[in-house]
Design a protein around this ligand. Structure first.
Ligand code: GDP
Length: 465
């Protein structure tokens, strides 16, 4: 869990925001004006996010028109204690000199910040919203603390500012039920619903190549790396360490897991390869995308499916290469048959990319790498909380969850808690009672609505109270 400090000059709506997050009106008791209050910490919820908010409301009692030393000092203490700052401005009134003073303090702290532009529902708030960019604290998130608007975007901004790991901890997504979800807030979006995190294509994409012995893994890897070597000059572009090979594919940086013995095989190594399930697992864990090489002249075997299943369970995205396509005389029919089989046998990754290649001749490698990159994008994709809940509204209107033992199951909201692979939290009345078939329906519908073919999608059900 993490701690949030709501910072901003007087009257921007910090207390209103505080109350909305904490979910109840806290009586502001005690303390004669001017007396230092304890900074209190309260449990807050924002959809699936659970965190503590440091109560700084009391500081203002001590504040005159300007910024008295104590208030500033208190603010600094709160900032120091916090993992994340909600820097709050009033979009209706626009920026004041104090906003800039506070912003400076926050910026200097180096803490992650979400810039909250409150009162955004007010007429004329558009100008203040634009002005807020000047603070240099990133994109202002328009909200109305009073009316509960903009909360989906605020939630997403938190995840973006803190990162998934710090937001959700190291926990797995399915260990969850001790967390009860909030009554707070299904508000409307005010912000641009299409503003979603961009795909980062500057980091090396990590690939592993797996498959049964003799499927053509080594040949494929050599073809991939070799071809690029021709394009980039004899020595350039390739570096090797003990576990990986780095190279560029058409300008995209790639890190390939270098399975021992893959390049120069001896009899001994071949034996080792057969034994080494561990190696395969290591490769899969290393990778983001796993290319499964299948020998197209030999039908699918149980072992192929076991590999695919392992990849999916590890949360990696598989791409299939039907290799040795140069040996096939009925490519049309075989491809149709293989595609049909793949979809039927691997329903957990509906829409999986499957490409025909010849590692020997190099045909199809471009298409294969395009599929890898496409799948990687999907694997990294993030859907905004606003969009998800508009989608959910449609689902609930046309195909709501069934009644179990006479009581209709309710779904309150859906959020995306993770990427790589996409993982969603469904807040519902009775997670244990929710039929698997309905969860599958949700997953498939979501996959389709947000165009996420071929990757595992995780769904965690949580109780809403
Ligand atoms: P690995 O055990 O998966 O690494 O398989 P190898 O790369 O060693 O390939 C096994 C055999 O299949 C070798 O004799 C390769 O020459 C052959 N091979 C690999 N890819 C192709 C291909 O696309 N077409 C044909 N005709 N043969 C291939």
């Amino acid at each position: 869990s993490f701690k949030v400090a709501i910072i901003g000059r007087p009257n921007v709506g910090k207390s209103t925001l505080f109350n909305r997050l904490v979910g109840k009106k806290l009586a502001l008791v005690d303390d004669t004006p001017g007396v230092t209050r304890d900074r209190r910490v309260h449990a807050a919820k924002l959809y699936d996010l659970h965190f503590d908010v440091i109560d700084t409301a009391g500081f203002e009692d001590a504040a005159a028109a300007t910024l008295p030393g104590r208030m500033r000092q208190q603010t600094e203490i709160a900032i120091r204690e916090a993992d994340l700052i909600f820097f709050t401005v009033d979009a209706k009134s626009g920026l004041m000199p104090d906003d800039r003073t506070f912003a400076e303090v926050v910026r200097k702290s180096g803490k992650p910040v979400v810039l909250v532009a409150n009162k955004a529902e007010a007429r004329g708030a558009q100008g203040g919203l634009l002005e807020a960019w000047e603070l240099g604290l990133g994109e202002p998130i328009p909200v109305s603390a009073e009316h509960g608007q903009g909360m989906p975007d605020l939630r997403d901004a938190v995840v973006e500012a803190l990162g998934e790991e710090r937001t959700f901890g190291e926990d797995d997504e399915d260990d969850s039920d001790e967390i009860a979800a909030s009554e707070v807030l299904i508000g409307e979006d005010i912000a641009d619903p299409d503003a979603e995190a961009a795909y980062d294509d500057t980091k090396p994409l990590r690939i592993a190549v797996v498959g049964r012995p003799n499927a053509g893994k080594s040949t494929l890897i050599n073809a991939l790396i070799g071809e690029e070597r021709l394009l980039t000059g004899p020595e350039a572009g390739i570096t090797r360490d003990s576990i990986s090979v780095d190279w560029d594919w058409r300008g995209r940086r790639i890190k390939l897991f270098d399975t021992a013995g893959m390049r120069r095989k001896s009899k001994v190594q071949e034996k080792l390869e057969k034994l080494s399930v561990q190696d395969g697992l290591r490769a899969i864990r290393f990778a983001e995308i796993v290319i499964i090489v299948l020998d197209a002249t030999i039908p699918f075997e149980k072992q192929d499916l076991q590999i695919a299943d392992l990849i999916i369970r590890e949360g990696r995205a598989p791409v299939i290469a039907f290799n040795k396509w140069d040996l096939i005389d009925n490519p049309q029919e075989l491809l149709a048959e293989l595609r049909e089989k793949t979809e039927r046998l691997l329903p957990q990754v509906r829409g999986i990319q499957a490409v025909t290649v010849s590692a020997e001749t190099g045909r199809g490698l471009d298409k294969l790498m395009d599929s890898v990159i496409k799948t990687h994008k999907v694997w990294n994709s993030r859907v905004s909380t606003g969009k998800l809940n508009r989608w959910l509204e449609g689902i609930l209107a046309h195909h709501p969850p069934p009644a179990v033992a006479g009581r209709r199951l309710k779904i309150k909201y859906v959020t995306q808690a993770k990427t790589r692979p996409p993982g969603f939290v469904v807040s519902c009345s009775r997670p244990d009672a929710m039929p698997q078939s309905y969860v599958r329906y949700l997953t498939n519908s979501l996959r389709e609505a947000f165009d996420m073919p071929g990757v595992p999608i995780r769904m965690a059900l949580r109780t809403s109270d």
